[in-house]
Each structure stands twice: as C-alpha cells, then as structure tokens.
Design a protein around this ligand. Structure first.
Ligand code: FES
Length: 73
C-alpha cells in the first residue's frame, strides 16, 4: 500500500519547540496525507481502511482523494 503524494513546499518547516507541550507526544506524519504537515492529523486512516497491499495509490493535489491505483511493481 505505497502511495504517491504531491508536496509543493520548497523550504523547511520551522517548529518552535516553545510552542509544543512537553507533556504530550508529538506525532509526525509518515503517510504524507496530513493537511497539517508535518504533524499527523488523522488523515492516515484511509491508509489502513482503503488501501490494499500490492497496490500503488496516487492521491490528488489536495492529498484527499485517490485518483489512480495500479499494481505496485
Ligand atoms: S501519519 Fe500521516 S496523517 Fe497521520
């Protein structure tokens, strides 16, 4: 269930550690679908409920909808 996700950013994302709560864990998005990248926002749920092993998924520009599925060669 790999996926292709478009990211247009060309600069790093600055995270001020003072803005974070040291008592709460920080979840960094690893699926690429977060609308609040680089933080996980729960958008990864389709990765578990929709995507199937052995299929390569391509998401739309907004990273919300699957626009293409093909065998993961
Ligand atoms: S891991 Fe990407 S939104 Fe949660």
């Amino acid at each position: 269930m790999p996926r292709l996700v478009r990211h247009d950013a060309t600069d790093p994302i600055k995270i001020d550690p003072r803005s974070l709560n040291p008592d709460k864990p920080i979840f960094i998005c690893a699926c690429g679908l977060s609308q609040n990248f680089p933080f996980c926002d729960g958008s990864h749920k389709p990765c578990r409920t929709v995507e199937q092993p052995g299929v390569l998924y391509t998401y739309d520009k907004a990273r919300r909808n699957i626009i293409k599925q093909e065998p993961d060669a």
